[in-house]
Ligand binder design. Structure first.
Ligand code: HEM
Length: 234
């Protein structure tokens, strides 16, 4: 098998020299596992930023009443978040001793300042708004959509939104689990936030209206949620 020279166009196109220089060099690490620690965070930033790109495109599609391509992009964003979660879980493989050897190197830096995470939050709130606007514009009663149960485009899009919220809830769940495992419930993070707050955040949802529909289906409640013109947020 012929060997590929390191300067092959692949390395240029993928910007591998820059990419591989992003981890702290071995001789500057306080512990060798800083490599894994940085890589997992960087991979999470890259994947979440990629999901955010898809979510922005989905927002633009919904604004133009193009629900099918929006649903495909949301489904892909969920799949990307799933991979980010898998990567995050690698940090559970750090031994407690080794993590506490490298933790002082973090100082008071915290991934709570993650740009990808704050962009994710912002675009999710945009998605919630544009979906709500679509229901009003198209005079669609979301409770009727679910009661009919037909796999039409609104139903399909709404379910991909639930998939996405679920994927993010799983990310939060595993993030809390990793934090509880490595620093302990009751501890405070390097950024000053208690680990317990991460447990509470597991219950946070972007698309409350769609979760409220579940409750209405269960209780047989009134269908005045999300009906065009009524807009009452649950
Ligand atoms: C050793 C693994 C990790 C531990 C022990 C940990 C712990 C914590 C803690 C204690 C907080 C609360 C804020 C603070 O005081 O720092 C936090 C927040 C946060 N961490 Fe992590 N974390 C880990 C890995 C990650 C990874 C890989 C990411 C991905 C980028 C990440 C993203 C975040 C985000 C986005 C927040 C803010 C959460 C929010 O505002 O709801 N963390 N983390």
């Amino acid at each position: 098998m012929p060997s590929v020279p390191p300067s092959a166009p692949y390395a240029d196109y993928m910007r591998l020299p820059e990419l591989l220089s992003l981890r702290r060099p071995l001789d500057e690490r306080v512990h060798p596992d800083e490599g894994l620690f940085q890589t997992v965070h960087q991979v999470n930033e890259l994947l979440l930023a990629t999901a955010v790109d898809d979510l922005h495109r989905a927002v633009a599609h919904i604004r133009c009443d193009q629900l099918t391509p929006a649903a495909a992009l949301l489904a892909r964003a969920s799949a990307i978040v799933d991979v980010a979660t898998r990567a995050l879980r690698l940090l559970a493989r750090l031994t407690l001793r080794d993590y506490h050897l490298l933790r002082p190197a973090l100082g008071n830096s915290t991934a709570a300042a993650s740009p990808a995470w704050s962009h994710t939050r912002r675009v999710l709130s945009r998605l919630d708004e544009v979906f709500d606007d679509y229901l009003t514009r198209a005079d669609v009663d979301i409770v009727d959509v679910y009661r009919r149960g037909e796999p039409d485009t609104v139903h399909r899009l709404a379910e991909t939104m639930i998939d996405l919220d679920s994927a993010l809830a799983l990310w939060r769940f595993h993030h809390h689990l990793v934090a509880a495992r490595l620093v302990g419930t009751g501890a405070t993070g390097t950024g000053g936030m208690p680990v317990d707050v991460l447990a509470t955040a597991i219950h946070s949802r972007a698309f409350n209206l769609l979760w409220q529909v579940r409750l209405l289906m269960t209780t047989g409640g009134h269908k005045d949620v999300g009906v065009a013109g009524e807009r009452g947020r649950p």
